[in-house]
Write a protein that binds this ligand. Structure first.
Ligand SMILES: [Zn+2]
Length: 586
């Protein structure tokens, strides 16, 4: 959180009594050491929402939500961390720290301001060209694509005429410098040194921030033989392709209201869906979604329906987008269209009702993948079943939520027609052990956390000194595979930096991780009362894992026919050593 100095955050937390803040929204009653009230995040009649003033956190036993005072505001007001800090500072009359601005930062701010103005002026000029005589042909093309003039206006479509430097002349006339136009990517310098318009004879599609400011353009070829078909603005100080979702400026309110977003690929898919009344739509513009784009979307919803043609669904950009969304914790459905159709062509031929029906009958993405993989293999043969599992296990590994992953494992076993409970357990284990490839942090679920971890976390919050001393004796491999890994590692890091406090820990955790910690910390007593016992158990678990890994390797070698040999001997020696270590810890 580089935006605010930590000292300021700590001061503010000191001032901003969590009870006072939450009481602005929830009526709280003191019961024993904590305060209780009706949870503002889920409907309930008996209070299960607890606030702990001393430790500075809240937790709901009903819906599991929890965190520190900033997190409460973030969730309740649906704002980001920085805004919740500002809100609290205002509420408690704490002055925000002077954000020191260097000359360079000031220059950057001025530069961005100029670039925004350039884009606004260019968008207006392109619209004028489309409306004028030069735009007749393109207007006809837009019309032929079934886009009404109202939609064209909503999208801000324009036309860059077939001219060497008409835009340049117009914007210089308006007082913009050639240098600014170059930096905005609207002009390009040719090899011979001449500076000319980048976009010529193109239908211009403005790309906006979700606030509506134009920050870039997509330009579509007007002539059939014109290359490339799409020409886009380059990356600039105000535009980064991987951080921008096309159309979010128009669709964010509808997405929030309808509680899901429709994700399509192209500008015209967007235009048709939007025009047909599906206003909660965004376009990824042909490339796979990035985690940053997914996070943008999450400000408005956590559910996405993708619609694309069935060939694209299983591969390429669309499949990658699905995986990113799943890894970012979205509920993802797939609305498959007939082969060869995209939302643009489908809406034009089948109308809004047809499209609505497809969306309504969309399937959860993971189910969809299962069905596809099941159809691709002959599940009546052992080989087919093994290959099917081989295809699906990596998919399972990328599901961030442990409970969801476990359910997927059961679906997998069912599809593979595995009836043997031992094999089913194997599949579950393989699935759970897989680390998600796309998220850096394992998202824990409560049930997956061992007693020793719960004990240690409870003690970290309520008896920090002892717990920190014990925690210090754990190292990297001890944390491997633990559901609470990142909470424990962050606590350890904070302690090394002499900055540990329960609320600083909560501040550093993701929403899901914070829930886990507050859930444990809200319990009346520790699952394991001595922090050193917790550490001993965790160390033992680590060596148990090591022993299991060695045993698997031994089994593998023996199955392959090796009954002695150096490798096997070495493994047996290691196994013996590990067993000694385990016994020392019992
Ligand atoms: Zn609740």
């Amino acid at each position: 959180m580089p935006l605010f100095p930590q000292r300021f955050i700590d001061d503010l937390k000191h001032q901003a009594d969590i009870i006072v803040v939450i009481q602005d929204y929830v009526s709280l009653k003191k019961t024993g050491a904590t305060y209780k009230g009706l949870c503002p995040f889920h409907g309930e009649k008996t209070p299960s929402f607890h606030v702990n003033r001393d430790k500075g956190f809240f937790h709901c036993f009903g819906c599991g939500v929890g965190g520190d005072v900033f997190k409460f505001l973030e969730l309740h007001e649906k704002i980001g961390f920085a805004d919740s800090v500002k809100l609290l500072a205002q509420r408690f009359g704490v002055a925000l720290p002077e954000m020191e601005q260097s000359d360079e930062q000031r220059a950057n701010a001025a530069e961005r301001e100029t670039l925004l103005k350039v884009h606004e002026a260019a968008a207006a000029w392109f619209r004028q060209q489309l409306a004028g005589g030069a735009g007749v042909r393109v207007r006809k093309q837009i019309d032929a694509r079934g886009i009404t003039s109202a939609t064209s206006e909503a999208l801000g479509l324009g036309y860059a005429p077939n001219s060497r430097d008409a835009l340049k002349a117009a914007l210089l006339e308006e007082g913009f410098s050639q240098a600014a136009l170059l930096r905005a990517g609207l002009l390009v310098q040719r090899d011979d040194g001449s500076i000319v318009d980048r976009f010529r004879n193109r239908l211009m599609i403005p790309i906006c921030r979700d606030t509506g400011s134009v920050i870039a353009f997509g330009g579509r070829a007007v002539d059939a033989d014109q290359q490339p078909k799409y020409l886009n603005s380059p990356e600039t100080p105000i535009y980064s392709k991987g951080r921008t979702l096309y159309g979010l400026n128009l669709s964010k309110n509808a997405i929030r209201e309808r509680k899901f977003a429709i994700l399509v690929e192209g500008y015209f898919d967007f235009a048709q869906a939007y025009q047909a009344g599906f206003q909660g739509v965004v376009a990824s513009c042909g490339t796979a979604l990035t985690p940053q784009q997914a996070q943008q979307l999450r400000r408005f919803t956590n559910k996405v329906v993708l619609s694309f043609d069935p060939d694209a669904a299983g591969q390429g950009a669309a499949a990658k987008s699905c995986e990113i969304l799943v890894a970012e914790g979205f509920a993802v459905n797939v609305a498959v269209l007939p082969a060869g159709d995209d939302p643009d062509t489908f809406v034009r031929t089948h109308g809004a009702a047809g499209y609505a029906e497809r969306l309504e009958h969309s399937t959860p993405y993971l189910e969809y993948l299962l069905d596809r993989a099941a159809a691709a293999h002959n599940l009546n043969t052992d080989e087919g079943r093994v290959n099917f599992l081989g295809d699906m296990l990596p998919v399972a590994g990328r599901i961030p939520d442990a409970a969801m992953r476990d359910r997927f494992a059961d679906r997998l076993a069912f599809k593979a027609r595995v009836t043997d409970e031992v094999v089913r357990a194997e599949i579950r284990r393989a699935v759970v052990q897989r680390q998600p490839a796309l998220t850096n942090r394992e998202v824990p679920s409560f049930g997956q956390v061992t007693k020793a971890e719960k004990g240690l976390i409870w003690l970290l919050v309520h008896q920090s000194a002892d717990a920190l001393a014990a925690l210090e004796t754990l190292d990297g491999p001890d944390f491997d595979g633990l559901a609470s890994r990142s909470a424990l590692e962050i606590a350890q890091k904070l302690n090394e930096d002499k900055g540990f406090s329960p609320s600083t820990l909560l501040e550093r955790l993701t929403t899901v991780e914070a829930r886990l910690v507050t859930a444990i910390a809200s319990e009346g007593e520790a699952h394991v009362h001595d922090a050193h016992d917790c550490v001993r158990i965790l160390k033992r678990l680590r060596w148990e894992r090591e022993r299991a890994a060695i045993q698997r390797e031994i089994d593998r070698l023996q199955e392959a026919g090796a009954h002695d040999g150096e490798k096997l001997q070495e493994l047996l020696v290691r196994k013996y050593d590990v067993i000694q270590r385990i016994e020392a810890l019992i």
